[in-house]
Design a protein around this ligand. Structure first.
Ligand SMILES: C[C@@H](N)C(=O)N[C@H](C)C(=O)O
Ligand SMILES: [Zn+2]
Length: 228
């Protein structure tokens, strides 16, 4: 009996060593898979899909998993807990972003003939100006691992709250302080901003969805490991 158990154990070890199951990546020290710490987080990693301003999956996004610094993850966990009392939760569109993705955005901005997602994401902006207008950054906080793009959802329905403009809409209506939105939309942006600021994130005036941890652990490092 004992011998049979040890043979089975041996086979299991060999099988797991050569298993074809996709393995999660070993992350650099200080980074974590966010959903391990916040399992009820809704994730819609837009750059892993074609539903983004480029109209295509983005380089470096090899899997639909959310990665952040451990420090930013703990702060985000508090945000999610505080929102629960209001019947709200978070939906996240982007977190850590590899430098190769940022580089690919730069290449994309120079290809004037490629406008497949213009109508939806940047109808009134010339794509070659998106960096100068601060809708994109060559040195992005996302690449430092403590910046996140997110919105609020109603916990009962799972529906996103109305913020007056969609995620990654490049236009002045996405400025936090725009006068182009109604009182409800303004209030929804305010709820998100207040809970993020309460948890040591700072806002980004040009994009209501973008927040960076104030005391970020890697303020000078632009990482380039792929998301998988
Ligand atoms: C593209 C948008 N989601 C974003 O994150 N923009 C800022 C400015 C960035 O690229 O860091
Ligand atoms: Zn962002």
């Amino acid at each position: 009996m004992k011998k049979r158990i040890s043979i089975a154990f041996f086979i299991e070890i060999i099988f797991s060593l050569f298993s074809c199951k996709p393995q999660k990546n070993k992350l650099p020290k200080g980074f974590v898979y966010v959903e391990k710490y916040i399992p009820d987080l809704i994730v819609d990693l837009r750059y892993f899909s074609s539903n983004n301003f480029t109209g295509r999956p983005v380089e470096g996004y090899e899997s639909s998993v959310l990665i952040l610094s451990y420090k930013a993850t703990l702060a985000l966990k508090n945000v999610q807990e505080q929102l629960k009392n209001k019947g709200l939760g978070l939906k996240v569109f982007d977190a850590y972003r590899p430098q190769r993705a940022v580089n690919s955005f730069e290449v994309w901005s120079k290809k004037s003939e490629d406008v497949i997602a213009k109508k939806e994401f940047y109808p009134n902006v010339n794509k070659r100006d998106v960096f100068a207008l601060n809708y994109l950054a060559l040195k992005s906080g996302h690449t430092r691992g403590s910046t996140i793009d997110l919105t609020l959802v109603n916990l009962k329905t799972g529906q996103e709250l109305d913020r007056g403009s969609p995620f990654d809409f490049f236009g002045s209506i996405s400025y936090y302080d725009t006068l182009q939105i109604n009182a409800l939309q303004k209030n929804n942006r305010k709820i998100l901003k207040e809970v993020m600021l309460d948890n040591h994130f700072k806002e980004y005036p040009e994009e209501w969805w973008h927040f960076t941890l104030i005391d970020e652990p890697f303020p000078e490092t632009y990482f380039d490991f792929p998301i998988k």
